[in-house]
Design a protein around this ligand. Sequence first.
Ligand code: PLP
Length: 399
Amino acid sequence: MPEKQSERTAATVCAQAGLLPTPSATVPLAPPIWQTSAFSYPDMETMEAITAGEVAGYIYARYGLPNHLQLEQVLATLEGAEAAIVTASGMSAIAATLFALTEPGQRVVADSHVYRGTRLLLEQDLARFGVQVDFVDCGDRAAVERTLREPARLLWVDTLTNPTLRVRNLAWLGTLAHAAGALFVVDNTFATPIHCRPLTWGATLVVHSATKMLGGHHDASGGVVAGPAELVEAIRRQVVRFGGRGGAFETWLIQRGLLTLPLRAVHSSSSAFALAQRLAAHPAVQQVSYPGLPGHPEHRLAERLFKGGYGAVVAFELVGGEAAVRRFLRALRLVRFAETLGGTITTVVHPATTSHRALPPSERAALGISDGLLRLSVGLEDPEELWADLEEALLASNE
Ligand code: PLP
């Protein structure tokens, strides 16, 4: 075998081109993208030590890459958690949490206003796996107390309901869940850890769709669960078995997005607040739901739970129902009609014909979703220019 690289054939040089050492006494300011599906061991003893957890070492991308681990450390710190696990999407984080922590015969209680994807997973998959799933309006304390009289393994709520922006009282929900012996899981996607940290209010675990504000640039999908190390480890094992890890580049994009999270979250919240106030005063708008507005039913609670702003999302209802919505959406120039939230671009969605389309009108009405309801997610554009665009479209909605 030739010893020197220069003596090897082109086939060998090319096949192993990525293994050349790159010695450096310096470190990069931005994280490398660890675009590899596996790592090689120097010998059997090292493999055994890594497998036994005695020595740090990466093995295989699905188990975790340096990009995953770096992102997990930041997210655990932001949520004030012992540990975190990052996944390929918010839904993969939610699925892994539910399947890792429940067993057939146990019972899960979830908010009837929970994110629709979570609801479908609970109804169609967790129930099929033999878990009893019950929904209750988590804004109604007496109803939650009644529901938790029967044993439950887990209570699941979103900090802010989608799309109606009601605020959940994490403090008493946590107390009730723990008294019933249940884990308390909070999806904090809408609030972000910049504005609200559910673990400080009694949550056992916090979940996010990192596709939204954490990544924040409309270019990557991801999810996270943060909480006590022992539970996160059980979820990590589930993620590995489900194949729920995101790719290196996708994870890197979220790492990059996170660099500016505090600035983006505060800016978007401040613009959202200003737009909510103007929308509330406009004659083409029937009703606005934004936790920062004094007229919001849980405004006092939001003042206690939230810091530095009330989030980027505003729900509002147009006078004139779906016909007005169609005219409004056609007239927008800056704001984009898209089924997402929490990015640099301001987006708007019509829940009755998108996320909640499959529901009969009576069920939509029970969730507070009227035909005129829109959910606005405020991005980073100049708020005055956003208002000019919304004002034009509100005018058009009336014509
Ligand atoms: N949780 C909430 C509150 C969401 O809004 C979403 C998606 O919209 C998810 C979870 C699911 O996240 P993903 O789309 O990244 O799977």
